[in-house]
Design a protein around this ligand. Sequence first.
Ligand code: SF4
Length: 345
Amino acid sequence: MSKQIMVGNVPVGGGAPVTIQSMCNTRTDDVNATVEQIRRLEAAGCDIVRVAVPDMAAAHAIGAIKERISIPLVADIHFDYKLALEAAAAGVDKIRINPGNIGSAERVQAVANACKGKNIPIRIGVNGGSLEKPILAKYGGVTAEALVESAFGHIELLNRFDFDDICVSLKSSSVPLTMAAYRLMSQRSDYPLHLGVTEAGTVEMGTLKSAIGIGGLLATGIGDTMRVSLSADPVEEIYAAKKILKAAGLRKDGPEMISCPTCGRTCIDLIGLANQVEQRLQGVDKPITVAVMGCVVNGPGEASSADVGLAGGKGEGVLFLKGRIVKKVPEDQLVDELFALIETL
Ligand code: SF4
C-alpha cells in the first residue's frame, strides 16, 4: 500500500478513497473567475483543485482564492522557486514543482523548508514531453524506465533536505507508456501516485484514453488520486473521472443509468431521451438505478431491477418504479416527470 499524504484536510494514498482532481483554466490572478470555476468543480464532485502559478500576481492571489473555497488548492509551478515560496506563504495546500528544474541546491532547500514548515506536500510531476536530456539520451527516448528514473532524481533532491512529503505523477500522452511507468513506480516505491494521461484530447477521445490508462491502473490497485485531462470545460473532467471510478469498481455512490439499445419496437426518440436523462443525472447523488427503455411492452420488465425508469410509447411514455407502471406521460414531459419522481425517492 502507498504512504499517505494530506492535501489540506484530504488524505491521498494509504488506502484513502481515490480522489478526483482538476485544474482551472482561468487566469489565477482573476480571483472572481477562478473562485467561480472552483465552486462549479466542487459542486460537480472535485476533491482537490489546481491552479497555474506562472507569476507573482498568481501566487499572491492564492490567499484570496483560499478564503472563498472549501476544497484544497494546489499551485502548479514551473522553474521559479520564489513562486513556490510565495504560494507556501499564501497558505496553498500542495505544490506541484519539479525540484530538478528550479536551480541550485539552496533553492531546493528553501522550498523544502518552506513546505515542511507548513506541512505542504509536493507533487513531482514527471512529463514525457519534458524529460531531462541525459535521461533521454540514456534510454534513447521516453520509456517507462526513463520516466521513473526522472522521478527518483527529483525525489532524491528533496530527500537530501529531509523532505519526503511527496506524491508522484508520470504522465505521457501514450496510454501504454503511462501505464507501464506507473506500474514500475508502484513496484519501486510507496509514494502515493497521481494518475493521469496528459494531452488526452477532447471529451470523447480523452475520456476513452483516460478510462483505459487511469481506469486500467485503478482496477489493478495502482493509483491514489487522478486527473482526467480534457480539452474542454474542466467540469467535464470531473464527470469523466467519476465515470471512470465507477467503471473501475471504486465508487458505488451516485446514480447509475441503464438504457436499452433500441430496436424495431422503438417509437420514441429514445437516444435523445437517454442523453437528456444522463445529463440531468449528473446533478443527482442518490444511489439509484434509472432505466430509459424504448418500449412499454418489454421495457419495464427488462428493467425491473432498476429503481425507477421511463419506457417510450407513441408520442407518450410511462414511468415505472421497480418494474411497476405508475404513470402515463406525454413524450415532451417524460424527462421532467421522471426527475420529479426521482426527487421523491
Ligand atoms: Fe426494443 Fe423495447 Fe427492448 Fe428497447 S426495451 S430494445 S425498444 S424491446
